[in-house]
Design a protein around this ligand. Structure first.
Ligand code: PEP
Length: 262
């Protein structure tokens, strides 16, 4: 966990929870953190629900002053027009979304998103005032052939092409083999790759960006292992999939600072 970087715990719901279930989960999560007397200033929490839930969740967190950030799981490279099924960053900003996940491995795999498309989406997000949460990571084949860092480093280099030095971004290192598998990377391996990703930010965007950018680890993060990742100097938070769908589990992940031994 970096000295001056507020930790970020991000919940990627993927294609789970309709808007009614979403509202129920957000309320329960808020109450759980309140019951536990969690200090919301010590860690940022951002939720990434499906598009159809965004309006309901936004209305709830605005009305009840719930201190969660809101983000989307994808954004179009286009601003508007004849692009059936796509969602503009302008619409997301209007809904008070502050960020958007870009280049998740499931989009790269099932929607053929290339590094160039990811870079165009990063530009679209920034254009509309959204913080891109740029996901990079190696498959198990990549790991065998090239080691852990080569592919994520090259993915991030392309994603940052054309990004301004003062742009706010978040980087998420998500080894594909660790996503949803129950087999997380070791904190040491994750730290090593996150350090190299921070070096990419330094080389492309400069020292200030490298020091202020939050680099997250994602892949089978749970309440039982989050603290071990957060001890590492270049890991500033987590992108959590399955664990963000269970109130008690996600609440405990958010409260990692209270875990024994941290
Ligand atoms: C993800 O898909 O971003 C993720 C990290 O999933 P999980 O936590 O379920 O491994």
């Amino acid at each position: 966990m970096g000295m001056n970087r507020t930790p970020l715990i991000a919940g990627n719901w993927k294609m789970n929870l309709d808007h009614l279930q979403a509202v129920a989960l957000v309320q329960k999560l808020h109450w759980s953190l309140k019951d536990a007397k969690h200090d919301g200033d010590t860690v940022d929490v951002t939720l990434f629900p499906p598009f159809t839930d965004l309006r309901s969740v936004q209305t709830l967190i605005d009305a009840d002053k719930i201190p969660f950030g809101l983000g989307a799981q994808d954004v179009s490279v286009h601003d508007s027009g004849a692009y059936t099924g796509e969602v503009s960053g302008a619409f997301l900003s209007k809904l008070n979304c502050g960020s958007v996940i870009i280049g998740h491995s499931e989009r790269r795999e099932y929607h053929a998103e290339t590094d160039e498309i990811v870079a165009a989406k990063v530009a679209a997000a920034l254009k509309h005032g959204l913080v891109p949460v740029i996901c990079v990571g190696e498959t198990s084949e990549d790991l065998e052939k090239f080691g852990a860092s080569a592919v994520p480093v090259s993915q991030l280099e392309t994603a940052l092409d054309g990004v301004a030095a003062d742009a706010e971004i978040v980087v998420a290192y998500e080894p594909v083999w660790a996503i949803g598998s129950g087999q997380a990377a070791t904190p040491e391996q994750a730290q090593e790759v996150c350090r190299k990703l921070r070096d990419v930010v330094r080389a492309k965007l400069g020292d200030d960006a490298a020091d202020s950018t939050r680099v997250l680890y994602g892949g089978s993060v749970k309440s039982g292992n989050i603290a071990t990742f957060m001890r590492e100097p270049d890991i500033d938070g987590a992108l959590v999939g399955g664990g963000s769908l269970k109130v008690d589990e996600f609440s405990s992940i958010i409260r990692f600072q209270k875990h024994v031994g941290v």
